[in-house]
Design a protein around this ligand. Structure first.
Ligand SMILES: O=P(O)(O)OC[C@H]1O[C@H](OP(=O)(O)O)[C@H](O)[C@@H]1O
Length: 332
């Protein structure tokens, strides 16, 4: 069965996520849904539902293994796969995957729009905002607040080592928003000037802790010291069901060459480099999380999990853990 080949476009998406050509938690989730859709449409094996499900499971496993931290990835995959029913024949199974993938992508884009509108409402006139890394939800929220005439300036951190902050800076600039690029180390220096920190999230734990780009917790610490409000803008599929049963969110560590050039490392062979991609900001450092289902205090994260990801909780209760799951074995 493993002979049924996986379409090159699907492998290209998986590689794009791994190498961060495709990045940003929401985009990763939508790309995974798109990949499952392509895999279903271009399946060229026998028209047998159990072989098809096993093949889709194999694709799901490849997608999930690309990056570990953003829960939007496994949540998107689980959303699409949970459309399969035991009694489905081949055609039904194939169209269930395509339909669910389309639904995920559409609902995801709608959620981003809704959050931007709700988030912009929380910003007062004449505000100075600081953002960290590149979150498409944060960029949309800030842009919407700017269109409503509320934003006078945005500080955008460069976000070493991958410099996603430069994407934020150029996107805001293209949207007409006055933006100032700062190095990450200047966050505390400017914080007394700032009215709001607006950031995205890769994963939100059931206790309201936010896992976001490395450096976020330092930004939140500086904001707390200066009594600046911190808003997290994130879709409900960024809430992690496995954290409800005590599992930790895995933090991704990336290659040392993102931090220092390989040439420099060769010249200094004794130097060890640590390159964590994400950190954890505790709920006490966050004023509100803006989701498409409402604005909540971080301590209410569990309610979003119950309301939006009840289907995933059912699977977890049955003993499934997304971090150890192999969809290929499951979908026989
Ligand atoms: O979904 P949106 O809001 O676009 O992004 C959410 C988060 O995803 C990004 O991770 P990476 O750059 O893929 O490591 C950043 O940490 C960003 O805050």
């Amino acid at each position: 069965m493993s002979d049924v080949s996986i379409p090159p476009k699907v492998l290209e998406i998986a590689d794009g996520i791994k190498t961060m050509r495709i990045r940003g938690a929401g985009k990763i989730g939508r790309a995974a849904a798109e990949a499952l859709k392509i895999a279903a449409e271009e399946y060229n094996g026998p028209r047998d539902s159990s072989l098809f499900k096993k093949y889709i499971g194999r694709v799901a496993d490849i997608l999930i293994s690309t990056r570990p931290t953003a829960v939007s990835l496994p949540n998107a995959v689980m959303f699409v796969l949970s459309s399969l029913r035991d009694q489905y024949g081949f055609d039904e199974a194939r169209s269930a995957i395509v339909g669910a993938a389309n639904r995920f992508i559409e609902e995801s884009l709608n959620a981003v729009k809704k959050i931007s509108e709700m988030g912009a409402k929380r910003i007062k006139e004449n505000s100075i905002i600081l953002t960290h890394c590149h979150s498409s939800v944060a960029v949309n929220t800030i842009t919407e607040a700017y269109r409503q005439g509320k934003v006078v300036k945005v500080y955008s951190t460069e976000t070493r080592p991958f410099y996603q902050g430069r994407i934020t800076t150029t996107q805001l600039l293209n949207n007409g928003v006055p933006v100032v690029q700062i190095p990450d180390s200047a966050v505390r220096y400017v914080m007394n000037d700032v009215d709001y920190v607006v950031i995205g999230a890769d994963t939100i734990a059931s206790n309201g802790a936010v896992i976001n780009k490395i450096g976020t917790s330092q930004v939140a610490l500086a904001a707390k010291e200066a009594r600046v409000r911190v808003y997290v803008v994130a879709e409900s599929y960024k809430f992690s069901p496995i954290t409800l049963v005590g599992e930790l969110v895995p933090i991704e560590f990336r290659d040392p060459s993102e931090v220092v050039p390989e040439e420099w490392l060769k010249q200094h062979p004794g130097v060890k480099v640590l390159n964590p991609s994400f950190d954890v900001t505790p709920p006490e450092y966050i004023d509100a999380i803006v989701t498409e289902v409402g604005v909540i205090p971080p301590q209410s994260a569990i309610l979003v999990l119950m309301e939006r990801l009840g289907w995933a909780l059912e699977k977890i209760k049955q003993g499934l853990s997304i971090s150890t799951i192999r969809f290929e074995d499951l979908l026989e």
